[in-house]
Design a binder for this molecule. Structure first.
Ligand code: F0G
Length: 401
């Protein structure tokens, strides 16, 4: 049976403890499995459909999960962009192809299942958008209420639409995401709601399956996995999962975990580049990639370990680089993603140019959310459709034929 363990002081807690941080020292918790008791093989896994639940031996859920068939997302080879950058092998794992259109569904299938397993009946989160959409969707599937706190005016339209229609109680606060997270955390501790932000160690268990799927799809361990970083949960989760596979003897090397942040919102990059022991919060984060507009990443401590232990790095990219890569992915590779997701590939381009990435590396970018999440940002970038009278002559002249 697994237990919860503090990443800082090693304190142990039983699996039925409803805890988000260590009671002794206040640091982050993680789920630990007795790996010597795990009997499954990689071949067993490969017999099952590609999904979060292919890897159930390394997940905490005991009974039937609350599932909407998450995971099993495509891994695309970015042939044109890879060739242009001079890379031998560049892939994108399109997490926008999950049920709610982002990778958060991997965390929520596990997180909402755990809420029920722990006897919790109301779930809550703060969100820059995608977490709220996913939580609302999985709470609807489970038949339980959800409460979401959003930074007012800073959440992309598609995400708000999802949270509303799936039936969450949606509260917009006049403050940023970091403040919303503090408030919902306090609310959950005082009123017994179950917190499903990435500070919740069970949610990250679901998200680690991104790395498992990449290995199964690529057939090998990539040299580098590149992710956009906001609250720094996802990069920490993928690292944890792959470390478990190494400890099980399934793989013998880990990819260089590499994070990309928006230049106006880059506290993890700063900590890595300046060799700081901790992430120093950025008081007023700003970027067009609202999903990663986060100044005080709660999983900073885990992310620094992931990056440093694997010889990875973290870089920032400008909003202009993000939007230009979003367009390149859409128009040259047929891959529609939201701005935050394009940050990972924009970061790769920059790291190749700066000589940080070797051209022989096999690089996998995680693109985290779908284009349709944020139609407003896209429409602002593109010329509007050409409107014509409904006759053939007008059509031919509009097409210059
Ligand atoms: N990409 C997208 C599309 C996201 O929505 C997020 C986070 C990230 C990347 C960064 O992941 O936080 O694990 O480092 N979105 C959260 C939310 C914060 O509320 O939807 P992270």
């Amino acid at each position: 049976m697994y237990h919860l363990s503090c990443v800082h002081c090693g304190a142990r807690y039983p699996p039925d403890a409803v805890l988000y941080t260590c009671e002794r020292c206040g640091h982050l918790l993680e789920v630990r499995y007795p790996l010597e008791e795990v009997r499954v093989t990689r071949e067993d896994w490969q017999q099952r459909p590609l999904s979060v639940w292919r890897y159930r031996e390394l997940l905490p859920v005991a009974g039937a999960p609350v599932t909407l068939r998450e995971g099993g997302t495509p891994l695309y080879s970015l042939e044109r962009l890879g060739r242009e950058m001079g890379l031998r092998s560049l892939h994108a794992k399109h997490e926008g192809m999950n049920p709610s259109g982002s990778f958060k569904d991997r965390g929520m299938t596990v997180g909402v299942s755990m809420a029920l397993q722990l006897g919790k009946r109301t779930v809550a989160c703060a969100s820059t958008g995608n977490t709220s959409a996913s939580l609302a969707m999985y709470a609807a599937k489970a038949g339980i209420p959800s409460v979401v706190l959003l930074p007012a005016g800073k959440v992309a339209l598609g995400k708000v639409a999802q949270a509303l229609l799936h039936g969450a109680r949606v509260i917009a606060i006049r403050g940023n995401f970091d403040r919303a997270l503090e408030m919902v955390h306090e609310l959950c501790l005082s009123h017994g709601l179950y917190l499903l932000n990435s500070i919740n160690p069970y949610r990250l268990e679901g998200q680690k399956t991104i790395g498992f799927e990449v290995l199964d799809q690529l057939g090998t361990v990539p040299d580098r996995i590149v992710l956009p970083v906001g609250n720094a949960g996802n990069i920490s989760a993928v690292y944890k999962g792959l470390s478990e596979l190494r400890d099980l003897g399934f793989i013998d090397a880990l990819p260089k975990m590499t994070g990309v942040q928006a230049a106006g919102s880059a506290p993890v990059v700063r900590a890595i580049q300046e060799g700081l022991p901790d992430v120093i919060p950025e008081p007023s984060p700003e970027t067009v990639a609202t999903a990663i507009r986060i100044g005080a990443p709660v999983n900073g401590e885990k992310a620094l370990v992931a990056i440093r232990k694997t010889g990875g790095t973290a870089v920032s990219v400008s909003d202009a680089e993000i939007l230009s890569m979003q367009k390149a992915l859409a128009s040259r590779e047929g891959i529609g993603v939201e701005p935050a997701s394009a940050a990972s590939v924009a970061g790769v381009r920059r790291m190749v140019e700066e000589g940080i990435i070797d051209r022989d590396e096999r690089v996998v970018c995680v693109v985290t959310g779908h284009l349709l999440k944020d139609p407003e940002t896209v429409v602002k970038q593109c010329a509007p459709p050409v409107e014509i009278d409904a006759d053939m002559q007008s059509l031919l002249s509009a097409l210059h034929l």
